[in-house]
Design a protein around this ligand. Sequence first.
Ligand code: M6R
Length: 608
Amino acid sequence: MCGIVGILGQEPVAWKLVDALKRLEYRGYDSAGIAVLADGHIERIRASGKLQALSEKLRSSEPIATSGIGHTRWATHGAPTETNAHPHLGGTVAIVHNGIIENFKELKEELAGKGTTFTTETDTEVVAHMIDYEMKQGKSPREATQVTLQRLEGAFAFAIMFEGEDDLMIGARRGSPLAIGHGSHEMYLGSDAIALAPFTNQVTYLEDGDYVVITRNSFELHNDKGEKITRPLNFTQASALLVDKGNHRHFMAKEIAEQPDVVGHTLAEYVDFDERTVRLPSEVELDFTDLDRLTITACGTASYAGLVGKYWFERYARLPVEVDIASEFRYREAPLTKGGLSMVISQSGETADTLAALRYCKSEGQRVAAVVNVPESTISRESDVVVRTYAGPEIGVASTKAFTCQLTVLACLAIAAARARGVMSLEQEHELVGQLVKLPRNLVKTLEQEDHIDRIARHIAGKRDVLYLGRGINFPIAMEGALKLKELSYIHAEGYAAGELKHGPIALIEEGVPVVVIAPRDELFEKTVSNMEEVAARGARIVLITDRAGAAASGADAFETITVPQADPFVAPVLYSVPVQLLAYHAAVFMGTDVDQPRNLAKSVTVE
Ligand code: M6R
């Protein structure tokens, strides 16, 4: 789950590498490093910690070179020290790696038996030494790389540089993404198009098993058997300008604030505003008519979107839905009906477990639809139907706008399914689409509560435990709120179905424990309020998130109330996501944690 980049350029390359790494830092930020070829010799600069530390080192001694590779790391094998930071060297070879080499221990022993000494604990260093060893046996860099790749087990994307070869670089992919960027007398490698956005918008994606030999003016793609192949050239929309904090203090703040716009953009693709109906784009070829089941898999926040989707599909389209987290689903050997439909949900489109779930569903003969935010991603490319969210680049590690856009898309799909299955009248569709259309405006009104929520967040900051309660369609939002708080502020938080409280979690309640209750005035409101009273009676400090009607009816047990616009329960999950995001954000800011890059996390989890 690291970011890699390689540049064969015309100008000094060190700061260009750092610029690309900045765009890849969402993939990991335990350490960073670059290696360049200065007068044919490999020079390496590495630092543990965030990219800032590498930049500081570079400021005091910038190597002058026009080719180089770079890496930002999320540690798997070996502590996040400078020694273990990439690039790694093996004789005349320098390499950066995203992924895990599963058989590295036996390969390492084999090389050690032949006299190789290692300086790091990483799996990657072994690969550099293997290539170097093969070159010492007389093979060319390409041949040496190819035989080495054939011996590796696991997942990887590599960029490899060779001492004395200023116009040569090799990239390889199995499992982890890699793109070739085409410039004018310049060539690039990168984990994604966003990394390469300042340099080029023309990219070619490697498929699993491919490797590529690049020079400044050429590239040659091969499959794992060494045969020459071609892959399509893509023109990406990953504009360099979009990846910017604007006037906001953090990417997360910007992304929360963007929700009225991006939910609006997403709706515009799926809704006919004049007719008040759902209108799926022609490329979203989905037939829900005769389905007897839908299987949804995803990870983290995206899996909570799937859980909300389950409520919508089951309630409105009478379509049974099974939702599973992808890391469990992939090993469950779930029986799936041939010709049936599965759905995966992913912001990045690169999450390893979700990708594995997709491949499993396909191997079982299912069609797979992907609700995905990055159209160039592996999940987009491997699924049968792409249902895009239009959240734009999400850089903050905590998912916010991607989540509400996923919800928006799922709500539209549920309506489309209900119509196709003949269980929703046109009148009801008009009513629900009308609620969706009001979302951007209602999201703006919800965001107006930010100062109030900031003050409440100060009471949550620093607490040991926080509980989130919700019922029905808002239960997943309670889990999402808890996930946001723990990943940003490191406070222990759990989301529970309010009715489950008495079956265990209520034991956690003692004087002053914050309990965030998500309770729009819907048919379950009274029951949730009873649960709220039970914890209030035991000393909990209630933060009630409700609408005007709910605030009036809830009694005096709430310590604080956040009032969101009155809306149909159908759209409540989208609206109620915002206060829980803001609570987590402001608690984290107050506590001084690193909001956009919380400890131990990475934006895109490309290892299992
Ligand atoms: O890119 P994906 O949507 O597939 O990512 C899934 C999860 O890793 C992600 O939602 C994660 O849980 C976020 N950090 C939550 O804020």
